[in-house]
Design a protein around this ligand. Structure first.
Ligand SMILES: [Zn+2]
Length: 367
């Protein structure tokens, strides 16, 4: 993997990842951009203990621009985008409208008030362009290209984890307008949070309880149990296992674990990295076939999904296992799962598809 770093006109960092030495990288960004003013803060909900990021400056961000103004396509034919070069393989840059930024100012007042805990929204938000091809998708990448994305995620995890104040690095992809994606170009994002996210904090708690009760690691026990029970298994590789969780929240939800427990992407071995692209691409392709394969009720638009890497936080992260959670909000070819009163109001999920049925369907649509 060849890594080339560069700066955009307003000082943001841009990094190209190439599988081979590229002909040229690092064209100057000629746009007249002013450095954005970041005013992010994080506030702690005194009732639940969860941190909420308040980023009021993001309201002005780009919202579904026409394809010929896509900011993630390479800069070509006199049209300037966020990527100054005329082509790229994988490119990562700092988000122009970040929810979290290193230079966020400390919030005013309320210091020492336990009911109003607020801190600067320090951290970093990056955009990962998976390919220069606007019409493509992650599932359409070949294995070598998907491996390059894995290498980019790994590189960013190592670098962002080392930034002052960063507690957790979260790599993810939102796919589809149904998920609220504002740009159609195949891309993901990375958040370097100054806190452990609420879902991770709960996992840390559960793992600690399991350790206290059994003396063992929760994730290792869980993976052993799922590997010994084929009902919810979706696919197994030499180094990776994918299954629908016993208490899945979403209509189709798959969790992908390396068979050997590690805390984050930087700890994967070469053999584990080499197998990942084939396994992950197969899962994404199965997701795209869920509602289009015979018997699914006719063709549907590409499956919207969220793909979320769970990595150990810096504090109390020793028990956490790196894994990827992939799920869709689509229930049937023409129905979405909405987070309404029960889920949004109470954080209590009702799933209309049994996890065992979902797993069976995900095996049926195998390549
Ligand atoms: Zn594009």
């Amino acid at each position: 993997m060849i890594r080339t770093t560069s700066k955009l006109a307003d000082g943001r960092e841009l990094i190209y990842f190439d599988s081979d030495v590229p002909a040229h990288r690092g064209t100057a960004d000629l746009r007249p951009l002013e450095a954005p003013a970041n005013r992010s803060e994080i506030r702690r909900d005194a009732v639940t203990g969860a941190w909420v990021t308040v980023a009021a400056h993001r309201q002005a961000r780009t919202y579904q621009p026409p394809a010929d103004e896509c900011p993630l396509c390479p800069s070509r034919d006199g049209r300037f985008s966020e990527i100054p070069d005329a082509d790229y393989q994988v490119a990562v840059f700092e988000n122009r409208f970040p929810s979290l930024a290193a230079d966020s100012p400390a919030p005013e007042g309320a210091a020492g008030d336990p009911l109003r805990t607020a801190l600067a929204g320090t951290g970093r938000c990056e955009v990962v362009c998976f390919t220069s091809d606007h019409q493509s998708s992650f599932a359409a990448l070949d294995e070598a290209h998907a491996r390059l994305v894995l290498d980019a995620w790994t590189d960013r995890t190592a670098e962002l984890s080392a930034l002052p104040g960063v507690e957790q690095v979260y790599c993810f992809e939102n796919r589809g307008a149904e998920i609220g994606v504002t740009l159609a170009h195949p891309h993901g994002q990375i958040y370097a949070f100054p806190f452990a996210t609420p879902r991770t904090a709960r996992m840390v708690e559960q793992a600690a309880k399991h350790r206290a009760a059994t003396g063992r690691n929760l994730f290792e026990d869980l993976l052993d149990a799922e590997r010994g029970d084929p009902r919810r298994t979706v696919l197994t590789g030499r180094h990776w296992t994918a299954f629908v969780p016993f208490a899945a929240r979403w209509p189709y939800e798959v969790h992908l674990y390396p068979n050997r427990r590690v805390g984050d992407l930087t700890q994967l071995t070469e053999a584990e990295r080499a197998e990942f692209p084939g396994v992950y691409l197969e899962l994404l392709r199965r997701f795209d076939r869920l509602f289009t394969a015979p018997g699914a009720g006719g063709p549907a638009a590409p499956t919207p999904y969220i793909s979320a890497w769970h990595q150990a936080p810096a504090t109390n992260g020793a028990e956490l296992a790196l894994h990827l959670e992939l799920f869709t909000v689509r229930r049937t070819a023409d129905k979405l799962k909405y987070l309404a009163g029960v889920e949004s109001g109470m954080d209590a999920f009702v799933n209309d598809v049994s996890p065992e049925t979902a797993a069976e369907r995900l095996r049926e649509v195998a390549s």
